[in-house]
Design a protein. Sequence first.
Length: 246
Amino acid sequence: MRRKLAAGNWKMNGTAADLAEVEGICKAHKGAGVDILICPPATLLSRLTDAAGDVIATGGQDCHAKDSGAHTGDIAAGMLADAGATYVILGHSERREDHEETDQDVREKAKAALAAGLKVVICVGESLEEREAANTLDIISGQLAGSIPDAVTGETLVVAYEPIWAIGTGKIPTLDQIGEVHDFIRARLEERFGAGVGRSTRILYGGSVKPGNAAEIFAVSNVDGALVGGASLKAADFSPIISALE
Ligand code: PEP
């Protein structure tokens, strides 16, 4: 049985004043039967981990593939763990685009994260052009094969399907389209890692998840939760999304 996961990606948003949102979520969801994760900017990780207590897990939004060294501005996986993170998002489309990260880069970062004891949320997703050219499943297949290292388990791996054209746009795929991709990802994971890992790995949907559409998305087959951007910043938005999973 896969435990549902509501994950928030704060991206480059949030200062100390926003920790009040975390306190609100903790109060509303103490003892929730689902996992809750917030990945704030690195500057807030330690303080948010303190505010999150045992209700919310915290994670980084990226890490370097190396343990330490001359990499100005970068953060090693072990440093995220040291600041209280238990997860890290890797291969988000904004990093693939803004920082030209390749599947191979994501795989190396994931290996470093796993070695540091972190769980990895590996993002995959097609552009609008790729969807319109009917290439979605090929793109997803290539990203899964290239980005996920061999040494994962259902405990340490989370896959997030995030169609690039749905991120921050208010547009979402049809429920059939979401189901098609999630079933496909499940099949690829089972094929590569076997039934044990393949069936226990959580697959999140991400892209314009809001309080108003969360329940219908969560009812789709093989959707084990969501990776939420904009609607994770305020407790008033994130809390009903978490409730829709509970
Ligand atoms: C994201 O960036 O991971 C995301 C899903 O963003 P939004 O929910 O704002 O579309």
